[in-house]
Design a protein around this ligand. Sequence first.
Ligand SMILES: Nc1nc2c(c(=O)[nH]1)N[C@H]1C(S)=C(S)[C@@H](COP(=O)(O)OP(=O)(O)OC[C@H]3O[C@@H](n4cnc5c(=O)[nH]c(N)nc54)[C@H](O)[C@@H]3O)O[C@H]1N2
Ligand SMILES: Nc1nc2c(c(=O)[nH]1)N[C@H]1C(S)=C(S)[C@@H](COP(=O)(O)OP(=O)(O)OC[C@H]3O[C@@H](n4cnc5c(=O)[nH]c(N)nc54)[C@H](O)[C@@H]3O)O[C@H]1N2
Ligand SMILES: [Mo]
Length: 761
Amino acid sequence: MADPVTIKPYEGPSGGWGSARSLTEILLREQVPLSGGALLMHQNKPDGFMCVSCAWAKPGKPAVFEYCENGAKATAWEVTRRRITADFFAKHTVTELESWRDYDLEELGRLTEPMRWDAATDRYVPVSWEDAFGEIGAELQAADPKSTVFYASGRASLEASYMYGLLARLYGNNNLPDSSNMCHESTSVALPESIGSPVGTVLLDDFEHTDCIFFFGQNPGSNAPRMLHPLQDASKRGVPIITFNPFRERGLERFTNPQSPVEMLTRSETRITSQYLQVKAGGDLGALYGLCKALIEADDAAAANGSARLIDTAFIAQHTHGFEAFAESVRGTTWETIEAQSGLPRRELEQAARTYARAKATMGIYGMGLTQHRKGVETVQMLVNLLLLRGNIGRPGAGICPVRGHSNVQGQRTVGITEKPELVPGDTLKALYGFEPPKEKGLNTVEACEGILDGSVRAFVALGGNFIRAVPETVLMEAAWRKLRLTVQVSTKLNRNHLIHGEIAYILPCLGRIEIDAQPGGRQAVAMEDSTACIHGSKGYAEPASPQLLSEPRIVAGIAKATLAPNPSIDWDRWGSDYASVRDAIEATYPSEFKDFNARMWQPGGFRRPIPAAERVWKTETGKANFVTPQGLSADPDTEQADPAVLRLITMRSNDQFNTTIYGYDDRFRGVKGTRMVLFMNRTDIARLGLRDAQTVSLIGAASDGVERRVDGFRVLAYDVPVGCVGGYYPECNPLIPLWHHAERSKVPAAKSVPVRILAP
Ligand SMILES: Nc1nc2c(c(=O)[nH]1)N[C@H]1C(S)=C(S)[C@@H](COP(=O)(O)OP(=O)(O)OC[C@H]3O[C@@H](n4cnc5c(=O)[nH]c(N)nc54)[C@H](O)[C@@H]3O)O[C@H]1N2
Ligand SMILES: Nc1nc2c(c(=O)[nH]1)N[C@H]1C(S)=C(S)[C@@H](COP(=O)(O)OP(=O)(O)OC[C@H]3O[C@@H](n4cnc5c(=O)[nH]c(N)nc54)[C@H](O)[C@@H]3O)O[C@H]1N2
Ligand SMILES: [Mo]
């Protein structure tokens, strides 16, 4: 069982000795051999392997240790000595395993051979790769392509992803949802309309030239710790960092670089944030309105009395569209509304706006705190509006910086993992492979869930991930999932989605990226794209967890060959064993993005694919960068109920997890030890609702749609969060999220503003 629960405020910085200790613990627990330390030396280095944790940029001139506590945990998790073999599955029925915790399942170690669920004994039994591909191929051939889904979690390489996308299209659908649909799809919808590029414009170098950073709803201390290095450097140069976050995240407050002996020995800390604004969950739309209002009204006054303007009028005139309508909307919005929506006082927003007005180059950085809301798309567009007011896109030190999640989630989209047919070059695919790529829009994550619930989806293939645990509406989804005809999981570790399975169910274990990928033609490398659109090669260094594992490209090739009619233009066997040939195909499909792919992938720091907005080339309908005016300020129509007993639940990550993978039960920075079932609550709310600190309560969904949603066993924890907001961990809280409660325009589940009530015994 878990350690005894202790909860006390964490006084230390992010990084520092706590980080070093936590890392040592996991290396020991996973029995990572001493060579594991040597392995870490290759992490995120040119010619090394790219971290399997987050997608943060990898510098061209890396530090000696270019990894963080959580990146090293992710490495240890993959190169662990623990293994699950057929013996284990022979001893346990699947039903029995369902009572195990997620943590215990993954702690069993790496999967070692392909398995098929046997209905008669309710056990997974070994199967040969050949038989597995044979049956999967036959099932897929018999199915209606419209009823099959090809999901991808964002970890697989560019090569595996390109092949996977092509497999789906040759098979006959665009049903290619990916984890991005739960994550930065709000970005992918917002940015093309605003600036004509779907991804961020900032490069690592920009941190050296910036004058000011606006930081919204991302927790770098836990989720992108290497980003604390450029943030620390910027802070040391005196760059103001203005943070909007309902939680006071330690990584955003202060940092000790665990890789600096001096900082460690002297226990010196750098303050990161200069102004911390504890915005209400979903209140960023209001906060951004406030910043824009303060700036535009101060600029109106400057224009009237002839002093220097505060907005960049030349940039606005030359490069943008829609300014007047936007400015009118901002001027017409009252401070009363802005304060109510954001939960922030006017004077604090004015102070932040003054800092902004003084800065020559400003960056806007953000994560799930903006994208996972009903108004996620509009909020991202408001952040762009703020940047456009002072010409902060397309010049050094400035720009928009979405912090992507999975290590190759951005890259998967670049090479065709998308349900939107207009995002792939259909004509080129037709010319290369002699087929008509399907034109009908495919299913994204929420639509795939709807299809599973209504029975129209029958087969589900997953290239990584733990879909059933990651999506909302857990109870209904799990019940419907069991009715699927076919479920295929390409995975490295046992997870919930192997236990909740279809009538015919396969686990196909694959090599991880850190492992040596030996093919007949020699050792293979793969490539990925980071958050800043830089593309890097990655080579494995660790011995494979089992001789029976196949690489992801080989598994995709195996399924493709068994499913599709032979195509004279595609040699799946060659692609599955010689990834340079896949990269040639990627280059042929996307010539401007991947020019000289094979040669350039080893360039230190990666090569950047062209991002037109970063050059002030606006690929929008107006040919300009657009000020997009949101329809109203209400962050979340469903949660804005008059009922004061309804709270907004933020579901988020601890410092001891990677998405649904739970490394441990501590959240050091938030002072929680030994449990994940806590409910972070403001003292005022605790008192107002007649509760006590440390009391055990249940949460019930407050949406009035007739579905009962409930999770029991939370411990109330008095915490510094805004009144009306509570916080809990993902995925434990997912049963509380209605499937329809997603960003209106991108369908990203609105996991950061879930309407709930508290039920006390
Ligand atoms: N170690 C580790 N690294 C990871 C992951 C992991 O699980 N573990 N996951 C990876 C993935 S896939 C992703 S997408 C990223 C996720 O990384 P993040 O974007 O950091 O995701 P979260 O932890 O969900 O929380 C985001 C932050 O938003 C804040 N927040 C919540 N609601 C609001 C709001 O309404 N407004 C504002 N301004 N802030 C809000 C929360 O307090 C929290 O600090 O990290 C990636 N990296
Ligand atoms: N309530 C709530 N829900 C959320 C979120 C939230 O903030 N709140 N965040 C959302 C976000 S941002 C995301 S990205 C999704 C994440 O959703 P997913 O990407 O589906 O989930 P993960 O937990 O990252 O997947 C973990 C599994 O991936 C497999 N795996 C690990 N490495 C590899 C590999 O190299 N290859 C293969 N084939 N498999 C591998 C392992 O078997 C492991 O069990 O969850 C979303 N759900
Ligand atoms: Mo994500």
